[in-house]
Design a binder for this molecule. Structure first.
Ligand code: TYD
Length: 136
């Protein structure tokens, strides 16, 4: 099974353009209460971000403009995909190492998060992540 769990977001398109709505709930498109929203933009050329996992946090990432390459790693498998669709949400579960590369200059990566910001929830060392992922 792929590490990439996509949430198809319905596009409400008409002759004016497109609109996507994010709604919380079981039958809706975001499977957790959103406590925080942030976005990554104006990323300098050649910069990579991420390089961490979260112990508890769940996130949905949506590339609302431009493109970037997302790498996910659960400690056993590592996969990479180009994100470029504003109508696809990527569900990132807890205990998933993530890296983001190859940001286009117009990339805006919107992230919905299940918890408030907490540095204590981060695992920023890959070897620590592997230990916790494989021997938890
Ligand atoms: P960080 O998570 O390290 O960025 P990335 O993993 O995308 O490279 O966050 C960068 C900085 O922003 C760091 O100092 C923590 C701060 N930050 C917040 O204050 N609140 C947030 O919600 C996030 C995601 C980061």
């Amino acid at each position: 099974m792929s590490l990439f769990q996509w949430i198809e977001l319905q596009e409400h398109g008409d002759d004016r353009g497109q609109l996507v709505a994010l709604e919380i709930g079981h039958e809706k498109n975001v499977p957790f209460e959103i406590k925080r929203i942030y976005y990554i933009y104006n990323t300098e050329s050649g910069v990579s971000r991420g390089y961490h996992a979260h112990k508890e946090l769940k996130q949905v990432a949506i590339c609302v403009s431009g493109s970037c390459r997302m790498v996910l790693d659960n400690g056993k498998a590592r996969e990479s995909v180009l994100m470029s669709s504003p109508s696809k949400g990527l569900l990132i579960e807890s205990m998933m190492w993530r890296e983001m590369h190859d940001f286009s200059s117009d990339c805006v990566l919107l992230v919905l998060a299940s918890e408030h910001f907490s540095e204590a929830d981060y695992i920023r060392n890959y070897d620590d992540f592997l230990r916790q992922a494989n021997y938890a």
